[in-house]
Design a protein around this ligand. Structure first.
Ligand code: HEM
Length: 218
């Protein structure tokens, strides 16, 4: 960035999305820690009893499920820009993914500018779109449905048998949860790659992002 570049603030993330995001983040972190004790009770005794870990896991799971529905209905019926923001277009696939990967793996370390221009209509770059699409439309629904089935084994036994039985379901739930943990590590690292290490975090808290005049995200 040249020294005479001027900065402006744009409002990127509305309040309901920010509330969803931090409630969801707290829920997912709680699920990961309690899940660790439930899966490996002999190694991890974080919440006292096994029963306490399960109770907290269930409460966090229900919170994440309800907040997912709020996120979905808000974007679909109130903001009405779910597809535009989250689904990569042809340009993203043909050029955006490569350009953005080149930036994250190489150009960023040379101090070059982010090729993506953050605006209210297009706040995610191609890599963000693709990863958020997978996490919000595939992994989150899968972990929610498998978790709800495991919470209600007796009434839903027929369905559980149909999809492969309890052991298969528990393993699938655990593997999806591991993918979540991997996503979380990459997500938090990528969130530090704004114009300062905390600018995206501040944006996710206040809604306002600082960009170069004309809209280019630093
Ligand atoms: C401690 C945990 C987390 C932290 C610190 C964190 C941090 C952030 C930050 C700084 C942003 C804004 C920058 C960006 O757009 O990349 C963001 C956006 C986002 N995060 Fe997270 N995140 C966390 C957990 C999660 C989890 C568990 C999920 C999904 C299951 C998630 C999904 C998203 C999505 C979809 C957005 C874009 C939201 C929108 O503007 O529509 N995050 N996160």
């Amino acid at each position: 960035m040249s020294p005479d570049t001027t900065m402006e603030k744009i409002y990127l993330t509305p309040t309901p999305v920010r509330i969803w995001h931090w409630l969801n983040a707290l829920g997912i972190v709680t699920l990961c820690v309690t899940g660790l004790q439930i899966r490996f009770p002999e190694y991890a005794n974080i919440f006292g009893t096994y029963k306490a870990a399960i109770k907290l896991h269930d409460v966090a799971g229900v919170t994440v499920s309800i907040s997912f529905l709020i996120w979905f209905f808000y974007y679909l019926f109130v903001a009405r820009n779910l597809v535009k923001l989250y689904v990569p277009n042809l340009d993203d696939i043909r050029q955006g993914l490569f350009k953005q990967a080149f930036f994250y793996f190489f150009a960023y370390f040379l101090g070059r500018q982010n090729p993506h221009t953050a605006t209210q209509e297009s706040k995610f770059n191609a890599i963000q779109k693709l990863s958020y699409l997978f996490i919000m439309f595939l992994f989150l629904p899968l972990v929610i449905v498998s978790g709800l089935l495991l919470m209600n084994i007796e009434p839903l036994r027929g369905w559980i048998v149909m999809i492969g039985g309890i052991a298969f379901l528990a393993d699938a739930h655990y593997l999806i949860a591991c993918s979540f943990f991997a996503f979380l590590c990459v997500h938090i690292y990528m969130a530090t790659l704004g114009h300062t290490p905390f600018s995206h975090f501040r944006q996710m808290w206040t809604g306002w992002e600082e960009v170069e005049s004309g809209g280019r995200s630093k």
